[in-house]
Design a binder for this molecule. Structure first.
Ligand SMILES: [Zn+2]
Length: 433
């Protein structure tokens, strides 16, 4: 298996920048981490769906990333991720991305050729029986029936990932880009044993996968905390990390293969579990965030008061008016209680403080309103329609917005996930440990 060429380092943070205005502030969070002694590599991700809604081109993501890297003097690697692409949507990303998240969730459960299943099961008979994972007390018990069933369920998806990988390779050349495979946007979580078999299939397909995004149990709603059984999540995540270590040792997948946690922003209650699992195995992780940054833009505008606060209120009112249309594409990843949404007329009278307390993700603040936050999370289309009016206010209130963007990624994400620190109000660029 190819184990050279462009490599994603151990710790990385996916950042989404819907309107291509926050790359400096996002990168500053990684600079803070570096100054605190830990390398967290930025990966700017934007999906085809986001580009379509905003009306932007992938080249703009690359341009914003390059400009931020040059402005802040960032000397470590960084990447631009063609997020959740497929064979049909990858083309427009071929020139400017060097990280590809190949989404094959739609192919899960599609029947592969019986001969392919037979061949895979025959050539992977060593997976049948007890598999002892490094660093784990228990063993996976995989019967031939399990192996056949899992292969039947996932082989078509892995083969499709191979098709997309080879399409990218034919243009960019082997080793010049990072491959992630995502299977998170599906109904059922994959078990760690399924992940192990999927990785065996990925290796057999000769895809030099560096990150994989499974679906975990529990709900990973957009921009709010994890909803589910935290202990079960931790057990599953730990086994997934161990399964990856096994795959690296036995299947010949690249040695830096790591988990990618999608919709990873704001999952405060599972961040300690992620930190424990990766440190226990010396493993890496890619934490993907996206819309959490756009919400900090709104928070910054509201905090600025005046025309900023007025625009934040207008966006909320529009989002309420178009709630169903905005929520429809995200129905499986949001959980809004419409009865908890304050009426736009009441919001119209809010102060900056009232607006930011409702929106900012601080579970200790009584006024924090997850329903309002999720609605605004999917409401970026409203701002996109405002065009220049929105972008001009981003420029006008740049300082306050940037402060919120950086603080959110640094304090609420990088510190707990990569440094294992929670609840610390670190406001200096030089935290003391
Ligand atoms: Zn995803």
């Amino acid at each position: 298996m190819i184990d050279k060429g462009l490599r994603i380092p151990k710790y990385s943070l996916g950042t989404g920048d819907r309107f291509a205005h926050q790359a400096n502030a996002q990168l500053q969070a990684c600079v803070n981490a570096l100054e605190a002694g830990i390398e967290v590599i930025p990966v700017w991700n934007k999906s085809n769906r986001e580009h379509t809604i905003i009306g932007s081109e992938p080249a703009s993501t690359r341009a914003a990333a390059d400009a931020a890297v040059s402005r802040l003097g960032w000397r470590l690697p960084y990447f631009v991720d063609a997020d959740h692409i497929s064979e049909k949507t990858v083309d427009r990303f071929l020139a400017t991305s060097d990280f590809y998240t190949i989404d094959v969730a739609d192919f899960i459960g599609k029947s592969p050729a019986q001969s392919d299943v037979d061949m895979f099961v025959r050539s992977h008979s060593s997976l049948v029986g007890e598999i002892f994972l490094p660093g784990i007390d228990e063993a996976f018990c995989i019967s031939e029936e399990n192996l056949r069933g899992t292969t039947t369920k996932f082989l078509a998806a892995v083969k499709e990932a191979g098709v997309v990988y080879r399409k990218i390779r034919s243009v960019k050349g082997a080793g010049n880009f990072v491959i992630e495979i995502s299977i998170d946007e599906t109904d059922c979580a994959q078990t760690p044993a399924e992940l192990l078999i999927i990785l065996a299939a990925v290796a057999a397909e000769k895809i030099p996968i560096q990150t994989i995004a499974p679906k975990f149990s529990g709900r990973f709603n957009k921009g709010v905390d994890y909803a589910g059984n935290v202990a079960q999540f931790e057990r599953e995540l730990t086994l997934d990390v161990a399964a990856i270590a096994y795959a690296i040792e036995h299947f010949g997948v690249p040695g830096n293969l790591k988990l990618s946690v999608h919709s990873g922003s704001d999952k405060f209650s599972v961040f300690p579990a992620i930190h424990r699992a990766i440190t226990r195995f010396g493993a890496g992780v890619h934490l993907k965030t996206a819309g959490t940054t756009w919400l900090e833009e709104i928070i910054g505008l509201a905090e600025a008061g005046g025309d900023g606060l007025a625009l934040a209120k207008e966006i909320y009112a529009e989002a309420v008016a178009h709630r169903e249309e905005l929520c429809a594409p995200y129905s499986t990843v949001i959980d809004i209680d419409a009865t908890k949404l304050p009426c736009p007329d009441a919001v119209q009278r809010w102060s900056s403080e009232e607006f930011t307390s409702a929106l900012r993700h601080d579970p200790d603040v009584a006024a924090y309103n997850p329903s309002l936050r999720q609605l605004l999370h999917v409401g970026f289309k409203v701002a996109a329609k405002m065009g220049g009016r929105y972008l001009n206010l981003l420029d006008a209130h740049q300082a306050v917005i940037e402060r919120n963007v950086t603080e959110n990624l640094w304090q609420r994400h990088i510190l707990p996930v990569f440094l294992g620190l929670i609840g610390r109000q670190v406001t200096t660029l030089h935290p003391i440990f």
